[in-house]
Write a protein that binds this ligand. Structure first.
Ligand code: CU
Length: 345
């Protein structure tokens, strides 16, 4: 009778201690589990369509992660993601093989870290569409203290995203939730853009008012833009003018005549220097050869130069013919102006 009691008295504390140890072990396991199970989150960057509509945003714009989680930017267009508050100058003049030439800023185009590296301030994905067209993804492990980390797309000033690193105890949406929200964001943005296209087709009619046809060089709606001319094709009379205006938004455009047999000449001219270093040179298609308001020259070459949002460019047409033109920045952006002789009025 006495012995069992002693045994019970000894066993009881042992059970309690064992339970405490097991509980602690369980807690430790769950802590280790949180860290070992670091998640990977996707951010969709932009989204280009085949018809010139592009979304210009990060989806989601704000992403919450735990310290140690990976963020993978999935690029769907010509963009970069660089940790900073403000974008860099897109074009800089550099010495390339002894010549001072304008080029797209190498600090934007090229990554300064490897995909999968730990976060560091200023980390830049580079323009993956240029440096890694088959991959189009870039990852950063957010081994950073809890806080808000802002990043920008330098190619499209106004495209800004944030990553909020939270402590391990804070509950956040799962990667699957974030993927779903991202896909829905892209879909909603593109639907907005489609509506803007339908509205533009009714607003920008191929009609001459006064003696000038108005053409919108691109559209901007919410966080989408359309890289097209509205209207694309129009007919005017000899002596009339066309004014192209870039709407408020993120994208510059150009007006370049003619669309020759060799097609459009892009503003962006990737070139290797003598040291086999890639440069994104700015081609001559970006340089204006006449002033707004001028007549289309007899050689048919007219270049507006880069038109920033709200800028306009006007040309007067003095010879009958069909004149095809394009934007040197956006590959799907074309238009035609048919100029009728006076007797066809
Ligand atoms: Cu354009």
């Amino acid at each position: 009778m006495y012995k069992p009691k002693t045994v019970r008295n000894i066993i009881k504390p042992i059970v309690v201690v064992a339970l405490v140890i097991m509980t602690l072990a369980g807690l430790a396991t769950s802590l280790v589990h949180t860290r070992a199970a670091a998640a990977t989150y996707n951010v969709i960057v932009g989204t280009d369509t085949s018809y010139g509509l592009e979304s210009l945003a990060f989806f989601p714009q704000t992403l919450k992660v735990h310290k140690g989680d990976t963020v993978t930017w999935q690029f769907r267009g010509f963009h970069n993601a660089r940790f900073d508050q403000k974008p860099l100058d897109l074009v800089v003049v550099n010495d390339i093989d002894g010549k001072k030439l304008p080029e797209f800023n190498p600090a934007i185009l090229f990554p300064n870290a490897k995909s999968g590296d730990a976060f560091k301030p200023g980390a830049n994905s580079g323009v993956q569409a240029l440096v890694n067209p088959t991959g189009l993804a870039f990852s950063v492990v957010m081994n950073a203290e809890p806080g808000t980390y802002t990043y920008v797309c330098d190619v499209h000033p106004g495209m800004v995203g944030t990553i909020v690193v939270v402590d391990d105890k804070t509950d956040i949406p799962s990667p699957a939730d974030v993927d779903k929200a991202g896909a829905e964001g892209v879909k909603a943005a593109l639907e907005d853009g489609d509506k803007a296209i339908m509205a533009a087709l009714k607003t920008f009619l191929p009609e001459v008012k006064g003696d000038t046809l108005q053409v919108s060089a691109g559209l901007q709606q919410g966080n989408t833009a359309v890289m097209r001319f509205y209207p694309e094709d129009a007919t005017i009379q000899v002596g009339q003018r066309v004014t192209w205006t870039v709407p408020q938004g993120m994208d510059p455009h150009t007006v370049n005549f003619p669309l020759a047999k060799e097609g459009r000449i892009d503003i962006f001219a990737p070139t290797m220097d003598s040291k086999k270093q890639l440069h994104g040179l700015v081609s001559d298609a970006a340089n204006a050869n006449l002033k707004s308001g001028a007549e289309l020259p007899t050689d048919g070459v007219a270049k507006s130069g880069i038109l920033a949002p709200t800028q306009s460019f006007t040309l007067k047409f003095t010879k009958p013919g069909v004149y095809a033109y394009y934007c040197a920045i956006h590959p799907n952006q074309f238009g035609t102006i048919e100029v009728l002789p006076p007797q066809q009025q």
